[in-house]
Design a protein around this ligand. Structure first.
Ligand code: GAL
Length: 374
């Protein structure tokens, strides 16, 4: 027994984890520390399981009023049990060159990483905004790495699928001549015009916008980027090229005029599900859920997935969706990952992870102060 205790303590020291720091459950909304005792700085993130380890990629937020600017890059943490996270350093670094689009002071949000079996590369996509331009650029950025923890090599950023129409778009939508300046913002006519392709047409030549985004790899290994486009009014699902670093030109509009952000897709028993949020910036709003038999649609709304108090339902437990992580031996359980943003100190935004339950075919969320994967 003595020898066992001694070896355990030695092992813990060797892995840089002290007994007091070991976590054995999730505590949504609490301050989450890494194995060195520092706060985990990986917001708007996503997780990739590779071999027997989970890798969490996220936005490194700063303290203070410019806390949303990327001064470092994208962080990476690793864990075998999902409760204890080791800081793996900066996976994608901002570039210290003022001529680079990825220079310090730009905005990098909602980074996600997927693995390409054929090229054996890890591919990262993220929402990218240019330094000093607020959220006007609305671009998707892409980077690749040979090792999951990086360093990721920045490839490019840009609008998406310039000069290409979404699959199945009507002649009327393509040929309508109505413009934004002809309509009163927020009016019923304006809303209808958006559904009828107002912003889709505007961005046809220069490429479609991409803000809040996520990635999904299907069982057939096809990769997809799902992103808030058309001034955040409509989601676009873009099919990725075979190596996942570009596009095939096939893309689909999901919920035109539906005003969705924070999209997160998962698949259960052959059915696709999506969580998303409304558009209220850093402030929380009622969550949304949807399902589809085919990832390209048609998507059907399932309403607010939250099952809590009125306040909790109106605010998605005071959080905004970012990702869904399949867990368990057969990936048969799912965790909802969200951010509880603190706009005045974004670095101190908290992580809300909750188990996804099912109410017949509907994925639902209930609050838990503390919980474990069973
Ligand atoms: C949110 C979005 C965040 C961030 C923020 C900026 O709606 O989900 O990722 O872009 O707006 O205000």
């Amino acid at each position: 027994m003595k020898a066992f205790v001694k070896t355990t303590i030695l092992l813990l020291f060797a892995t840089n984890i002290s007994l007091a720091q070991l976590n054995s459950e999730f505590e949504p909304g609490a301050l989450w520390k890494d194995t060195e005792g520092n706060f985990i700085n990986a917001h708007g993130g996503g997780i990739l399981k590779h071999s027997d380890t989970y890798y969490w990629f996220g936005e490194i937020k700063e303290s203070g009023k410019n806390g949303g600017l990327a001064l470092k890059g994208v962080s990476c943490y690793s864990s075998k049990d999902l409760y204890n996270w080791k800081n793996e350093g900066i996976a994608l670094k901002v570039i210290q060159d003022t001529t680079s689009m990825l220079q310090s002071g730009c905005i990098i949000e909602r980074p996600k990483v997927i693995y390409n079996d054929k090229t054996k590369k890890f591919v990262m996509w993220f929402h990218h905004e240019l330094k000093g331009q607020g959220y006007a650029a609305a671009m998707a950025g892409c980077a690749v790495a040979d090792n999951i923890t990086g360093p990721y090599k920045y490839l490019f950023s840009g609008r998406i699928n310039a000069g290409v129409w979404p699959v199945g778009i009507s002649k009327e939508i393509k040929e309508d001549t109505l413009q934004d300046k002809d309509l009163k913002k927020g009016s019923e006519e304006w809303k209808l015009a958006i559904i009828n392709g107002l912003f889709l047409r505007r961005d046809f030549k220069g490429g479609q916008m991409s803000r809040d985004m996520s990635l999904f790899v299907d069982d057939d290994k096809k990769g997809y980027l799902i992103t808030a486009s058309e001034d955040n009014q409509t989601l676009h699902l873009h099919e990725l090229s075979k190596d996942y670093t570009g596009f095939t030109g096939k893309f689909y509009r999901i919920f035109p005029g539906g005003r969705n952000e924070g999209p997160a897709i998962f698949k259960k028993n052959g059915v696709y599900y999506m969580f998303s949020s409304g558009l209220t910036g850093w402030k929380p709003n009622p969550g949304k859920s949807a399902m589809a038999k085919s990832i390209t649609g048609e998507w059907v709304s399932l309403g607010n997935p939250c099952r809590g108090t009125d306040e909790e339902n109106k605010t998605t437990f005071w959080s905004q969706s970012t990702f869904v992580l399949p867990v368990g031996k057969k990936s048969e359980k799912y965790i909802f990952l969200a951010d509880r943003w603190k706009s005045e100190d974004l670095k101190d935004s908290r992580y809300i992870w909750l188990p996804i339950e099912f109410e017949r075919e509907k994925p639902i969320l209930k609050w838990l102060d503390k919980w474990k994967i069973k």
